[in-house]
Write a protein that binds this ligand. Structure first.
Ligand code: NAI
Ligand code: MG
Length: 356
């Protein structure tokens, strides 16, 4: 019997709807052409328009609603009319935390059609960044006092738990183990952050004992930025705390060639909850509505989603078609091309037709 998957589609704001709609067209084409699985996308209208109408970014029963699906495909959230911390906490962080999507996986690879700007990596880069996605600096702990006074104070407390660190560390070692290089770099800042980051180091050393076939090393986050630029080939799988990896993964996307191709997965590795797949980029106000957003980051996110639900073969086939199209020069302006979003969609659909 062909397997069937129910996907929550949450396009959100800005270019989110453009890249999600592009991706649904391509994935539906893939499913129809291969005939090996069925996929059904259900549109969920959460985002800033929803917020303007309902005073909330997501519905009351958002988490239970999402639990009915096998996975979610998300676009972006953020609108010029609403402060970013309201929109981000209202939608994305309202899902990631409560659903315990604690592993944020960001593969970074120099893609056909993109150019790695580093002359230290002539053959491009190929890394997987694993970001702790549920605590650390983004735990939401903190507050503001004496509001409006000259002595106004604000705290942002980074919270790290043994459970939180151990589960992401285990996931990162498993990720590294599954890749040919079997090498993990653990990023902390355990010289100046002498509590939480030291706990990270201790747990890394403990978990490493269970993975004797994985080599690993430690980096302080500041030195890591230098290593990413000067010795990119010495890296493979990288794990770190929420804030550090948020920043390093944007750097990695830039080094790989463009934010327009960078995908991410928000995973619940226990599989109790559906995982959420999204491009790394945001709403991109400057190009919203122009029809030129690069859909490749969302295509790749959907490929990661297919792998996660158990359709690795379909995922590989999707990526092959996308890579062929990029290699043939059908590229959006962020990659120096002149194609629009729909032209890329059409080219990928035609390539799927041709290949399979
Ligand atoms: P951004 O990623 O939206 O845009 C940064 C730059 O990259 C812009 O010049 C944009 O045009 C370009 N870009 C991004 N995606 C592209 C694509 N697919 N194709 C071609 N060019 C692309 O980041 P920015 O400007 O810092 O944030 C804009 C809004 O998005 C803010 O409200 C922010 O909070 C939100 N945001 C949301 C995220 C999410 O939903 N996960 C992630 C990052 C930002
Ligand atoms: Mg970011």
């Amino acid at each position: 019997m062909t397997k069937s998957y129910r996907i929550a589609s949450i396009p959100g704001d800005g270019i989110g709807p453009e890249v999600v709609s592009a991706t649904i067209q391509v994935v539906e084409k893939l499913a129809k052409t291969l005939g090996t699985f069925d996929i059904d996308f259900t549109h969920i209208p959460w985002g800033t328009n929803y917020y303007k109408q309902h005073g909330k970014y997501v519905s009351e029963d958002a988490l239970d609603h999402l639990r009915q699906f096998d996975a979610g495909l998300f676009g972006a959230v953020g609108d010029p009319d609403v402060p970013d911390h309201i929109s981000l906490w209202g939608l994305l962080l309202a899902i990631r935390g409560p659903l315990q999507l604690y592993a944020n996986v960001r593969p970074v690879r120099t893609f056909p059609g993109t150019k790695c700007p580093l002359n230290t990596a002539p053959e491009g880069i190929d890394w997987v960044l694993v970001r702790e996605n549920s605590e650390g600096e983004y735990s939401g702990q903190g507050g503001r006092s004496h509001i409006g006074q000259q002595w106004e104070a604000a705290t942002e407390v980074a919270m790290f738990t043994r459970v939180g660190i151990e589960r992401i560390m285990r996931f990162a070692f498993e990720t590294a183990q599954a890749r040919p290089r079997k090498h993990l770099t653990v990023v902390t800042k355990s010289n100046s952050m002498r509590n939480g980051m030291v706990l990270w180091d201790e747990i890394a050393a403990l978990v490493a004992k269970d993975f004797p076939d994985v080599t690993w090393d430690k980096m302080l986050v500041d030195a890591m930025t230098v290593r990413m630029v000067w010795k990119p080939q010495s890296l493979d799988t990288i794990v770190g705390a929420n804030l550090h990896m948020d920043i390093l993964s944007d750097l990695a996307a830039g080094l790989a060639g463009s934010i327009g191709v960078a995908p991410s997965s928000n995973l619940d590795p226990t599989r109790k909850n559906p995982s959420l797949f999204e491009p790394v980029h945001g709403s991109a106000f400057d190009i919203t509505g122009k029809g030129v957003a690069n859909p490749v980051a969302t295509f790749w996110s959907a490929a990661e989603m297919l792998t996660w639900v158990g359709e690795k073969d379909a995922s590989d086939k999707l990526m092959r078609a996308v890579e062929n199209v990029c290699a043939a020069g059908v590229l959006t302006p962020d990659l120096g091309g002149s194609a629009n979003t729909q032209e890329v969609v059409d080219a990928v659909c035609a390539e799927i037709e041709r290949l399979y």
